[in-house]
Ligand binder design. Sequence first.
Ligand code: CTP
Length: 421
Amino acid sequence: METKRILLIVSGGIAAYKSLELVRLIKRQGIAVRAVMTQSATEFVTPLSMGVMTEDQVYGDMFDLKEEREIGHIQLSRQADLIVICPATANILAKMAAGIADDLATTILLATDKPVLAVPAMNVRMWQHAATQRNLAQLRADGVTIMEPDSGAMACGEFGPGRLPEPPAIAERICAMLGHSFDSTLTAGRAPTTLEAQPDFADITHRPLFGKRVLVTAGPTHEAIDPVRYIANRSSGRQGFAIAAAAAEMGAEVTLIAGPVHLVTPPGVIRIDVETALEMQSEVEKALPSDVAIMVAAVADWRATEAPDQKIKKDGKGIPPLTLTENPDILASLAQHKNRPGLLIGFAAETEKIIEHAQAKLAKKGCDWIVANDVSGDVMGGANNAFHIVNKDGVESWPDSPKDVIARKLMERVAHALAQG
Ligand code: CTP
């Protein structure tokens, strides 16, 4: 019997790692696999890992002349009995539906006359979006077979349809389309994939904050003196961003209200940029209700009472007066709010008597925990922090650690506290 061949197109989504397992299962069934990876797929799985699994060259760059001369895109499809796109992202489905051919994968798909199986995997909202559903309907009408995604908890923390079906189910479907008998005993008792064996993989499945809403403020605020000058502080925003990232990784729905900082938004986090304390307060209120609020921002205590629309000039009449007005205390007002978050956490940046000042702030602000840190060194801009959690039960101190480690520890403590009720 002639060996059946599939051409596997891997597009870029978190489920791409499962394509390695799929290759292993398909080969066990006696089917040959050749792989094409999109540029973004290589962000999730290396062509080297894929090449090891397929025991073949992995194709990716359409403009590699050597490959085009020796084996062009038409030939790649001609040699296959079936083309499988797994995972198929919303993006590649949209390109297919529109007939766009701007890389090797989509060019093959536009040029092929072979049957095509698409195995979508994406966030539930992307799957349910009218555009995706429209594209799927078009592709079905064009003769593409679409495998329905599974429903369940997703790596992005949401729940619903959009998850890649398990590789044995995909392998079975491929066999059915090829008219190749499927031997289920060959898919049992698999070893963990390389990615599953990595410590980070546990983070994808460890989601103790799933279903919780977490609100984080971060960075400094800028208070205008005139259109070009402002009052600011040295907060970098890094600790707050690290906390938002850790909360999102642990499955929370995170809103990050950020003062002016130059930091990349962590994956899965809804970010709202603000400039002043008043704007931050207003966005915090709009983001309620929330299960947890962590106020990491170094909010300016004062703003200029008057900030003229025009630049203040040196007019020879002496130094202009700068009068200040106190900003609202966002943390303290949240503690009194009718929608007060169940767990309200403040940060205290102190240069002396750290625990004493933190205990005083806990009482004054009416929050549940104060996370106190010593900013007498360069903590505000630095990479490390030493922390004390001060609450009604006492003080818990943590040694100097990188801000992302502190963030994860803090969010583990938060998850634990929420689980205790
Ligand atoms: N905070 C706030 N709104 C303000 C000032 C502070 O929400 N207008 C919050 C911070 O985000 C932080 C906590 O209050 O969670 C403590 O901030 P910190 O600057 O240490 O305290 P202050 O109240 O400003 O006290 P002081 O500057 O006198 O130490």
